[in-house]
Structure formats: C-alpha cells, structure tokens
Design a protein around this ligand. Sequence first.
Ligand code: FE2
Ligand code: FE2
Length: 290
Amino acid sequence: MPPTDHPFASNATSAEVWLLTALGEQVDGGAVELPVMPEAAAQILDLVNDPAADAKKLATILQRDPSLAGHVLRVANSTAFAPREPIVSLQQAISRLGFNNLRQISTAVAVKSKVFNVRGFEDLLREIWFHSATAGAYAKEIARIRRHNVEGAFLCGLLHDVGKPIVLQSAVDLVAAKGERVERLVVEAAMDALHGRVGGLLVKKWKLPAFMVSVMLHHHDPSGAEEHVEDARIACLADQLAYWAKDGVPERAEELRRHPVVAALNLYAEDWQALVDARERVIQVAEAYA
Ligand SMILES: [Fe+2]
Ligand SMILES: [Fe+2]
C-alpha cells in the first residue's frame, strides 16, 4: 500500500482506508451535505448588522419559533444567569439578560438542535456540545482580557467543533450506503481529522464573517490564520481550557500554561490566574446551554 498522510496509514484495514478516502473526497469535492442555518438563528445573527435592531425585534423572531423560545426561557432561568424571580416571558428575559446574551443563547440553541443531532452518537455529541459551550464561555473570558470582540469570540468558541457532527453524519451515511462495518474509533478519528475543514465550509455557507471561517480552519494551529490570528488564538486557548475545565486538575493547568498559545496571547500571570479561577463560572454557563 502506498504511504498516505492519514491517521490509519500504518495498520489501517481496508474499511478504514475506504472511509477516510471517501470522506476526504467529499470534502475536497464540496459534496459534504451541510445543514441549512435554522431560520430563526439566521435572522437573529443578521440583527448584528442592523443598527435599528432592538429587543422587540428579537422577541418577535423568537416568538415565531415556540420551541426556540422555550429553550431560551429555560437557559435564562438557569443557575448561570441566576434570576431572582423566575423569568416567564421573552420580554422579561430580554430586559433581564440583555440583547447580546439573548442573541448568543438563541444561536446556541438553534445550532444545537439543528446540527448536533446524529443518530447513534448521542452521547458523544452531548459531550462535544458541552465542550463547545465551555469553550464559548472561556473564549469570552479570554476576549475580555485581550479587549477583543467578546461576542465574536463566544460564537467562535461555541462553533469551533461544529464540523464534528457533520463529519459524523457523513460517515454514518457513507457506511450505511456501502453496507460496511466500521469501528466507532475509526469514525471518530475521521471526525478529528476533517472537522476543521468541514466546519469552515459550514460557516462559509451560513455566511458568517471571514474571521469565523478562519477560526474553524485554524483553531488547532492558529499560525495559519493570518489576519485572523488573534481570533484563532483565542479559540485555540478556549478549546484547551475547555478540555482542562472538565476535571480542573491543577497540575494540568500548569502544563497548559506552557502552551505556546498562552505566550502568543501575551497573557500575564494574573490574567492566567483569572482564567483558572473562572472555571466554575464557565462550567455554569456551559451547563445552562447543555
Ligand atoms: Fe477542534
Ligand atoms: Fe474542541
């Protein structure tokens, strides 16, 4: 067998080689099936570019989608947002949480229900979603320290692995169509290898800003992100902190502190400490989105 650059090169079975090749061809040929952006989320994101956007407009969009509205209220009532009294109406939710929070919550809920939904991989996707929400919340913390676009950072963190469920779905469809038997681990390795590129394709299709496309592509190696390198670095560190935050082992935090992205972001000792200390708050936010 000729040498290849995929992860199963040395001891791959024919099914493994076949799956990665087929998926790679789909990505190269632009043939991956990409979900459409949920309409409510598209409208809500569009409000960013609308100087006349206000809470009333947001409420009107949410009201048209009762399941989305229900989720928004559930998140608004979670511990992370700690309402003193239960929030029962969208108007209340908007005035209590503010426009930006509501927009972030709505986007998260819409993306979760539309994209993070692959039959047979529910547990894995629940885990990836929690990781994504944690990364979103951490990206916000980092962006605040760096005085960078906080809302953009949140969405980048939240979406950084959005390619994963899409690669999974494509793999499931390919395997079913061919009647092959492929180990889960193989499917997951393909997902790891291709998710950045597929995430980039999706975010582009959804007409999200160029920096977000760049973050999808480069969150594992920000050096290629050129003019969007700061966004990619923030997402890269948020990704790493999200893995760390799962158990929050102090020694692991020390290791992570030596990651090149920490130096690249120019974080001082007190900045780093603030990020480590933010763990509990960040987890609470992620739980609100779970
Ligand atoms: Fe990733
Ligand atoms: Fe990640």
